[in-house]
Design a protein around this ligand. Sequence first.
Ligand code: ADP
Ligand code: MG
Length: 646
Amino acid sequence: MSRIRPLAASVVNQIAAGEVIERPASVVKELLENSLDALATRIEVDVESGGIEAIRIVDDGEGIHPDDLPLAVASHATSKLATAEDLFRVHTLGFRGEALASIASVSRMRIRTRRADALAGVEVEIDRGTLGTPQPCGCPPGTQIEIRQLFHNTPVRRKFLRTPATELGYVAEQFTRIALAHPRLHATLRHNGKIVHELPATDRLLDRLHLFHGAELAEDLIEVESEAPGVRLWGYVAHPRHSKSTRKGQHIFLNGRCIQDRALQHALGEAYRGLLMVGRFPIAFLFLEMPPESVDVNVHPTKAEVRFLDGQQPYRQLLSTLRTRFLGLDLDGTMRVPVAAGARSTSSGTGTLELSPPRVDPERQRQLLNEFADWAKDVTQAWRTNAPGDERPLVDPRKSPEELLQSPRWSARTDSPDEPAGDDSPRRAADGERESTAESDADEFGAGQIGAFDDFGPSRAMQVHDCYLVVETGDGLTVIDQHALHERILYEHLRRRVLEGAVESQRLLVPETVELGTREAAALAEHRDLLAQLGLSVEEFGGGTVLLTAYPPMLARADRAQLVRDVAEKLDSPAQPTRRDLLDELLHMMSCKGAIKSGQKLSPEEMSSLLAQRHLVNDAHHCPHGRPTALVLSRNELDRQFGRLG
Ligand code: ADP
Ligand code: MG
């Protein structure tokens, strides 16, 4: 082994750069933080090729003293700390004195700066860490820093960079975070000379949220605020009708710094417990203000993680502030179901699902449904008592549901008095026509009853609790989860089409605009052909907005904007799954979104067509998530329960 020797400053800086400067966005973050620490009120950020070619930041801050220029780009040199104790009362965003040195060691940098009291500015170039001779120059008060050819001397790092559009997405995300934390800052972001964001200074955070996240979310934000000794918490959280499939909608700022804190994220999740579906995450913009002495920000090189002196305090405060606020709002009562495309909507743009017109007295219908529900409960109960320990009481243990469903007895109703053989009543029922015999059945069993199963022969079904279809079969009855079955049908259909390369796609006459973060928009653009394979066409519109121009018809009833947002989030995940996994995941996502929801009332025609498609799927008894789509109660079992068998 060789002997030990100290590393050259340039190597030390490159190692440091490895920790903090991962991509152009990290440069933008560090430079923006420096400008804010220099009390800038106006910052312009210009990037070329996603920042890979050039990044320029111009601020109107205090400027750097000309004599300090060599120190500004030296490592461990800072104007923000003097003693070790200062480290425990950091009130600036930077304090490590490392960023400029690190960036300068892996790029070509030019600094122009002028303090307000100086007559002229000074300019200096730094090439891979080597400082040139400072020259006088003309420039307004403030600092301009230009970075070119990032990572040109570290080819491995450069190779890890993604497309300019994706890198721009990361840049925009950093820009957005800082702009949210500092609404009074006038901030501009340009890419290749074109404006991405132009944000005038404002006193209202809500204005920024409106700009970045669109009116739909901004109007559904709930303001929160609370004060306890040593902690002030304020900000906005989204109504539970808005949520995300990842934690990416959660912004937590501590003293103007965007932080990642698992405990606080957990508190946020707890506050929404019971208000969101499993797997969905709340959206929040929360600001904590605490005395600098009560937090240690020197935990992680990128300063994204912090350590609280008393972590319990902010956790409890966040949880109780949100919980108390939610209690006062009666959120459950105002929860709205997303509008299916084509459904009637109210003037506010949201509304309830279209209900199929009732064919019998709704009061009577409700009564019958309740009676049925009670009966079903009793039967289940009885089964449980007779078969203790059986956790799947409604499944006939002797036969697989598949077997039962495929069995010819499914259609064995030749002895049925009201459905003579050869009768085409299902089709007529589907057309809304009914024979008098069928009519009387409708009166007896409620409006949901239909003829179904063109392929299995006539059978009868009714919807209960807007969630399950109960189907009379030749061999007993089957309870079907409407969402799970439909999801499975759509999944199989779409998968087959994708494999054949023949997904139907329907062009929108008026493209649907979807507001996303710039990063998500870039991720969508990067995966355009993958999306095309799924029948989705999206075009970039700029400023984080995309246009959905075509979609597969199976998504006709889905909230397509939400789907595009979820897909974008998935595509933007740092995990970088293989194309195959991604495709499969998107198939699942699309079939789930496209499927009838539970809680949705179905018209007899809809029920009929859903049941008629059942045989098309390979695995009709499980949804793509593996949950069962159908439970079977056999005639035999019914007879046994009611003591009709010997
Ligand atoms: P840190 O921010 O941790 O102090 P940096 O390497 O980021 O370390 O910056 C080094 C020093 O350069 C800062 O302490 C500050 O004095 C000066 N500086 C950097 N950027 C600016 C700026 N935009 N305006 C004024 N001073 C700046
Ligand atoms: Mg800094």
